[in-house]
Structures are given as C-alpha cells and as structure tokens.
Design a protein around this ligand. Sequence first.
Ligand code: ASP
Ligand code: MG
Length: 406
Amino acid sequence: MARIVQKYGGTSVADVERIRSIAARIKKSYDEKNDVVVVVSARSGVTNELIGKARFLNPSPNDREMDMLLAVGEQETIALTAMALHALGAPAVSRTGGQAGILTDPAHTRARIVSINAENIEAALKDRNIVIVAGFQGVNAEGQITTLGRGGSDLSAIAVASAVKADLCQIFTDVEGVYTADPRIVPDARKLVEISYDEMLELASMGSKVMQARAVEFAKKYRVVFEVRSSFNENPGTIVKEEVVSMEDVVVRGVAVDKSQVKVTVNNISDRPGTAARVFHTLADAEVVVDMIVQNVGRGGRANLTFTVPRDDADRAKKAVEVVLGEIGGGTVAVTNEVAKLSVVGVGMRTHSGVASTLFTALSENNVNIQLISTSEIKISVVIDLARADEAARAVHEAFGLAKEA
Ligand code: ASP
Ligand code: MG
C-alpha cells in the first residue's frame, strides 16, 4: 500500500484505445490498495493543433484566451480517463488544475506554480477515489485559468506528488527510461536503473529529451522521487532520485550528443576589459541563449571568442554580434554549422580522476578532432565535427564500458 502519482503523456492518451489501456493500468495500481492520483496531458498533437487554430484567426492571440483554449486539451483527457475507469468499475473523479488546488502566478501561458492546496485531492482519496488531475494548467489568484508552458504536465505531476507526499511519481511516456546513450545512435546503450537529479538534468537537457527540465528541477528541490517508464509495456523504468554515495562508483553515467547547436567564432576582437560583456549583452538582448564559451589567450591586443548557440538562433546571433563589433574596435564573426556537442555525464566525476583523459583518448584513437572543450563538476563536453558525432558517441560509450551492467 503506497501513495502513487502516475503521469501519462500525450502519446499514452493519444486515442480512446490508449486511454482504455492506461485505465486498466491505473485500476491495477488502485486494486493493489494504493492511493492513486493520475495527471494527464492532452492527446498528442492537440495542443499544437489548438495553437494553430488560434494563430490562424489571430497572429498574436491574447494570452488569457490562449490559456482558456489550451486548457481544453487536458480537460478532454481527464474526463475520458475517468469514464474509462468507470467502465472498468473503478471509482474515479476528474479535476481541472484549479479544482485540484493548483494556484499559479498571473503569467498567462507561462505561469509558475505558487502553491498547491491538496485538500480536495486528499478528501477524494480518503473516499477511495482515483483522482484524475488535468496537467499543464492551474488557476491564478483571480480565478483565471493559466497554463504552465509547453511540456508543463510533467511539472504538474511532480508538484502534485510533492503536495500529496507521494511515495513515488511515475512518469509514463513512450520511452522506456533514461539510457546510457541514445539507442538509435548507440545500439548497445543500456537502460539505467537509477540516476541522480543532476545527471538526469544534464542528460535530458542534451538530447535525451525525456522530460521537461523544469519538472526535474522542481523534483530535485522538493526531493520527489520519480520513475520514467513506458506506458506501452510492463518493463520497469529508470528511478530518478537524490544522489547517494554508491552512485559515485559509476564514473560516467551516460553519453549525450546534441546536434541542435552551432559554433560561432568571433575573431580578432580587442583584448580589453568589457569586450566580452558587450558581445554577450548584445546576445542576451537578442534573446539568444549561449551555451559553451571559450576565449583564447590574447596576443598583440587581439583575441578570439568562440561560443555555441541554438541552430535556429545562429543568424540572429551573427547579426547581433556584427552590429556590436563596429562599436568595440572591429573583428569578424563566422558560424560553423557542421558541429555537434558530445558530453559525458556522471556524479562520480567529482571523486574520480582520468575521465578527461579517457574521453580524449577515445576521440583521438578514432581520429576525431576536438574543437572546443568545457567542463562542469559532473560533465565534460566537447564540440566535434557533426559528421563524426555518432561514431564518436559509440567509441566513447565503449571506452567508458557503459554497455556492460554497472
Ligand atoms: N499539452 C501540453 C503540451 O503539449 C502539456 C504537456 O503535454 O505536457 O505542451
Ligand atoms: Mg509532454
């Protein structure tokens, strides 16, 4: 007997057949005498479809009306899920975000959760109901419907799990868990049994886009243990929890490849205080998110600055930097499109040495040139040639022995 929050994403409630199948899974947990709270997304594609309709009628739709519209997607699935459970003879009640006590700030379409008053959910659980909560939505202090930003139902689930003090939050999705690498690139990648929040954040923000990063941050902050698993089979998934000492035995947990960024090089800029500040200020004003940053040692009063930005922002970044170069004593800017960022991640790096040397050796043995390097406490990233990225990922995965059971 435990208290479980189960979250089902868009592909898990994609049609009535899928809803019937997850209802059976929900009922099974309920029949095992668990308290069960379910958070659902809209059917996959529905939120995009609604946004499309809104934009067709009005290129810049009003934010309040947008939330009114988008909340519809999840409202459909809570009701259908409850009905499917009733058909199986299980007592279930649906709740909108507001009815579930999810209070947000006033920022329509990107609201933050302020608090959750779980009284209503608790009362329904006490009467042995399964409570079905609409993900992605809440209500602000004025009673207006708000939404939490794209992918927000992950956050709803984690926040509800925290509010009802769930023993476990299960995130049901269309992947089986978190892997040592993307199995489409590295065929012998292995599903991880458990990882820490920080590792999940590093792996998820870099391509293994399993879950909304904000939801993982929230889980870390409030220590919500969650499991990422598939709703398409019965296999156990990956448990994500607080770091424990034994996790450090594994030096590298996984290898991530990110092909979504490009490299921007600013050559021959003046090497004096304030130059970098001006360049990055301009990029911030242009709302370009910069990732890796490297500056070489200046020579003769000039220096080179290199950084990575999202592929879609490359033109905007280049134009913004060109404007500022004129004001700070010249220089040139070039974009290299054919790059990928490869990273190795693991909390064990904090206490083990030799990770960089193993990584660089694996790359050099495969004749892969390193263009940029950056490190953090639990991650080493390199920028390499895009054409060699998959091969490099396989070599690095092998070099760290990740295919074998840890
Ligand atoms: N339906 C919302 C979206 O597509 C929320 C979610 O699915 O997490 O972004
Ligand atoms: Mg989602």
